[in-house]
Design a binder for this molecule. Structure first.
Ligand SMILES: [Zn+2]
Ligand SMILES: [Zn+2]
Ligand SMILES: [Zn+2]
Length: 264
């Protein structure tokens, strides 16, 4: 049994995006951002999930909102980190991991492209120095090039196409798939995501085609092909209304929301 906490379910801008705030919500397409002020299902911090099993805790992506998420859920322990790709909304919270690395170093698994991006973004974390001070997280980046046992979870990288990245990954973690950012997926990658108990899949917005992300109709089509037992959509903009748009989904699909906890 694995417990999954949706720490953040929003796209890179979060919901409400600052653009909507700056315009007094006047141009918000469906009024979702106003709803977000009082309805937590529409208040979406940047995408990340926390997985717990047998006393071990794995965090998939460390979003720019990690600190808030850790406070909200009282996260007191992390055993390992895995990163899907090198976009800042997925690793921007790494500096705040320092509180979890005082006693021991944490390993963060990612593709080699992502490792390059992370080490260039935060050089101070990875430069050799005499004794680490309290302010610097002790993170060891480890290349994830095939299925690996990470803190007791079986993690398989699933290559996906997302913008011009060469090594963006979806992740199969035990029997759960986590694919936060994707536009296309090869037949081989689809095979790696067959027979899932739970699929967590990118769904950016309703209709307007996007260059680097799947929109609702595409996400639904892919989910139907992969046919997991359950599917939760993630990485959503303010164009997804949790209640109204839920009518478009099959009975085994749902929009995720911040704070949702499921057992698989
Ligand atoms: Zn993203
Ligand atoms: Zn809005
Ligand atoms: Zn991305």
């Amino acid at each position: 049994m694995m417990e999954i906490t949706f720490l953040g379910t929003g796209t890179s801008h979060g919901v409400p995006p600052l653009d909507c705030v700056m315009e007094g919500y006047r141009k918000c397409p469906k009024g979702v951002c106003r709803k977000a002020l009082t309805d937590p299902r529409h208040n979406r911090t940047r995408t990340s999930v926390l997985l717990r099993k047998g006393g071990k805790t794995l965090i998939a992506d460390v979003s720019a909102d990690f600190r808030q998420q850790a406070i909200r859920h009282g996260i007191n322990k992390i055993d390992a980190i895995v990163l899907s790709h090198g976009h800042i909304d997925h690793f921007g919270g790494l500096p705040d991991i320092r509180s979890y690395t005082e006693k021991r170093q944490l390993s963060a698994y990612a593709s080699s492209e992502t490792i390059d991006t992370v080490t260039q973004a935060f050089p101070y974390m990875f430069e050799a120095r005499e004794g680490h001070g309290k302010g610097i997280p002790r993170i060891r980046m480890v290349e994830l090039c095939g299925a690996a046992n990470i803190a007791g979870f079986k993690v398989t990288p699933v290559p996906v196409t997302h913008g011009n990245l060469r090594e963006c990954l979806g992740l199969r973690i035990d029997n759960t798939g986590y694919v936060p950012d994707v536009k296309y997926m090869s037949a081989e990658s689809e095979k790696l995501l067959m027979g899932l108990d739970c699929l967590i899949l990118n769904c950016l917005r309703n209709k307007r085609e996007h260059r680097t992300h799947m929109i609702l109709s595409q996400s639904i089509r892919l989910a139907r092909r992969l046919a997991p037992k359950r599917c939760y959509f993630i990485h959503m903009t303010h164009d997804i209304d949790y209640t109204a748009d839920s009518e478009k989904l099959d009975s085994w699909m749902e929009f995720s929301y911040d704070g949702l906890v499921i057992k698989v």
